[in-house]
Design a protein around this ligand. Structure first.
Ligand code: A3P
Length: 345
């Protein structure tokens, strides 16, 4: 349950990142008032149904859930950036929840020591600490962004080309991207979708080669942030789930450096980065009461526990035939060809 929202005078004295739910409260979380005036644009967009249920439209090349389009349009037009904003980005099911936890714990470590029993991540799901910015715009909750003290920690699944220029080209904003081996991402997506809509894996798989996946085509998602990170390495950090899993402490140290809150030698000597890794590990997160119960999400309520499944690499072998794997690998490698980004080992 969220704490009572601080009064405006109290929240203006706080230094971020502060858990989103603590600042805004949760009393009107289910109220959805989509921004108006975009119906005529949406009515002209190509439309598909993924898994026979989830309506998506193609907007500026990306396949977006119907419910999120007004928010994306509104975010593009109305977002007011602040110096110090940090945006966490990812395709769905690539470690978003984990990145939210690590970035929140890293940036907020002075106010919230990672070993403290009352650390916010021990009583709130990471999505309750770091909001999805376009969801807030979609539901008409964007005024809540103004209540967050700086530096604000925000997130989105939007492709880089869809971000407002005020954010994508802002020298004072940082973007951290996490991606994942596409076959594992697809398997993770299937398990997640199953929690609210039972379906066959092959149905999800078959829509992927044509690029018709949520926030896809996945290769456009990957290439947009990959190229932005190459062009502006100080503004866009490109992380891979598999590398973070292999070297979590080094990854947290790298994240802290990128966010300009580096660990001191003394911090490293006492194991502060490792404490953050332990707090954010899937084992710790899964064991917390807050993540065993409850649900969050504005348009679809996903149980908190559905964000923490296996947390391993290579689970695709349990769901795909070698032929399916070869087919997807070939498409992805063809799309990424020449970029310097590859998932083939
Ligand atoms: P699996 O379904 O393969 O287990 P997202 O947060 O973008 O929705 O991604 C969810 C995936 O990240 C799930 O993958 C989930 O288990 C994994 N995950 C969540 N928290 C994690 C953590 N702390 N460490 C490693 N993986 C984690």
């Amino acid at each position: 349950m969220a704490m009572a929202a601080p009064t405006p005078s109290a929240s203006c004295c706080l230094v971020g990142p502060v858990p989103f739910n603590d600042v805004v409260g949760a009393e009107d979380d289910d109220r959805i008032t989509p921004p108006e005036g975009y119906g005529h644009i949406i009515s002209t967009l190509p439309t598909i149904g993924i898994l026979g249920r989830f309506v998506h439209h193609q907007y500026q090349g990306a396949w977006l859930l119907h419910e999120r389009i007004p928010g994306v349009l509104s975010f593009q037009r109305r977002f007011s950036p602040r110096p110090g904003d940090v945006l966490l980005t990812s395709p769905p099911k690539c470690g978003t929840t984990w990145l939210k936890a690590m970035a929140f714990a890293t940036m907020g470590r002075a106010a919230y020591p990672p070993t403290a029993a009352d650390h916010p991540l021990r009583r709130l799901n990471p999505h309750e600490c770091v909001p999805f910015i376009d969801d807030l715009f979609s539901a008409g909750h964007d005024a809540k962004l103004e209540a967050l003290p700086s530096p604000r920690l925000l997130s989105t699944h939007m492709q880089h080309s869809l971000l407002p220029a005020s954010l994508a080209e802002n020298p004072n904003a940082k973007i951290v991207y996490i991606c994942r081996e596409p076959k594992d991402m697809l398997v993770s997506m299937w398990h997640f979708a199953n929690t609210i809509h039972p379906c066959h894996f092959s149905d999800l798989f078959e829509s992927t080669p044509s690029g018709k996946s949520t926030d896809g085509p996945m290769w456009d998602h990957l290439l947009g942030y990959w190229r932005a990170s190459k062009a502006n390495p100080g503004r866009v950090l490109f992380l891979r789930y598999e590398e973070v899993l292999l070297n979590p402490v080094d990854s947290v140290i790298k994240l802290a450096q990128f966010l300009m809150v580096p660990f001191s030698a003394a911090d490293e000597a006492v194991g502060l980065p490792a404490d953050i890794v332990n707090l954010c590990s899937i084992k710790t997160m899964k064991g917390l009461q807050v993540n065993k119960t409850g649900a969050s999400g504005l348009f679809y309520k996903f149980p908190h526990e559905s964000y923490f499944r296996k947390g391993v690499t290579g689970d695709w072998v349990n769901h795909m035939t070698p032929e399916m794997a070869q087919r997807l690998d070939a498409i992805v490698e063809d799309k990424l060809y020449g970029s310097g980004l590859s998932f083939s080992s």
